[in-house]
Design a protein around this ligand. Structure first.
Ligand code: NAP
Length: 254
């Protein structure tokens, strides 16, 4: 159905675990070269080894513009260019207002929102040089659509990513670079597992499909936004949540 992406090059941040690992694996299966990025090089190396010889691990902290520039340089040196950026790295620590410090707030914004800006800025010279590119941001339903006590900073960062995306999509359209976002609901990942069993049980009950999502559910949507066929789609979002945002109340599920 879709033209092959074989031989194209993708950078996936936060690819050592969870959703990023799922995206990197899916793109690897589709025959892409994948730069597997996280701060912990050993974790990134084991994911790159799982994907195979087309994948390479790279250690970068997305809060550092220098690290992001080095990440882009590594992809260009190894693969000759960058076709796709999956700006996925993110954190979701919980803190209620009154306890949350300015440092807590800034840490989440710096990682999730400024980190997205840093990664996009770093890949632009390579993408503009080719006059082509696909940028896929991992946002969330939390912030753009829903709220959750303890995640005001996180929600602000995830809604902020979408504001960033819309203006970036306009600016980059003349270069044939698209910028879109996936908005996952609750996806089974190492990070989510850390929120505890009670959280997971409550979430499953509030999802019409009665299950958490898988990393493949998100990776398939990323693959679509990365495809040649999605070339006229930019500044758009796709919610992948098993219907979680639909019910007005638990009673609405019947
Ligand atoms: P996860 O399992 O905790 O994995 C996070 C990944 O990001 C790891 O590879 C981690 O590796 C990396 N990372 C964290 N901080 C980083 C930094 N400063 N620089 C570079 N890499 C960094 O998280 P996840 O659940 O897969 O979430 C991934 C993305 O999906 C996030 O943007 C999150 O907001 C979004 N999301 C998740 C869900 C969900 O239900 N899981 C729902 C909606 C949205 P290192 O620690 O080694 O750097």
């Amino acid at each position: 159905m879709f033209k092959s992406l074989e031989g194209k090059t993708a950078i996936v941040t936060g690819a050592s675990k969870g959703i990023g690992r799922g995206i990197a694996t899916r793109l690897g299966e589709a025959g892409l070269n994948v730069l597997v990025v996280s701060r912990t090089i050993a974790d990134a190396e084991s994911v790159a080894a799982e994907i195979g010889p087309r994948a390479q691990a790279f250690a970068a902290d997305v809060t550092s513009p220098d690290d992001c520039a080095a990440m882009a340089e590594a992809a260009v040196n190894r693969y000759g260019g960058i076709d796709i950026l999956c700006a996925n790295a993110g954190i979701f620590p919980s803190a209620k207002l009154g306890e949350m410090t300015a440092q807590d707030f800034e840490h989440v914004i710096r990682t999730n929102l400024t980190g997205t800006f840093n990664c996009v800025s770093a890949v632009l010279p390579a993408m503009k040089g080719k006059r082509a590119g696909r940028i896929v941001i991992t946002s969330s339903i939390t912030g753009p659509i829903t709220g959750f006590a303890g995640w005001s900073h996180y929600g602000a960062s995830k809604a902020g990513q979408l504001g960033f995306m819309r203006s970036a999509a306009i600016e980059l359209a003349p270069w044939n670079i698209t910028v879109n976002a996936v908005m996952p609901g609750n996806i089974w990942t190492e990070g989510l597992e850390g929120l505890g069993k009670d959280y997971v049980t409550a979430m499953e009950a509030s999802i019409p499909m009665k299950r958490l999502g898988t990393v493949s559910d998100i990776a398939n949507a990323v693959l679509f936004f990365s495809s040649e066929e999605a070339g006229y789609v930019t500044g758009q979002t796709l919610v992948i949540d098993g219907g979680q945002v639909l019910p007005e109340t638990l009673a609405a599920m019947g």
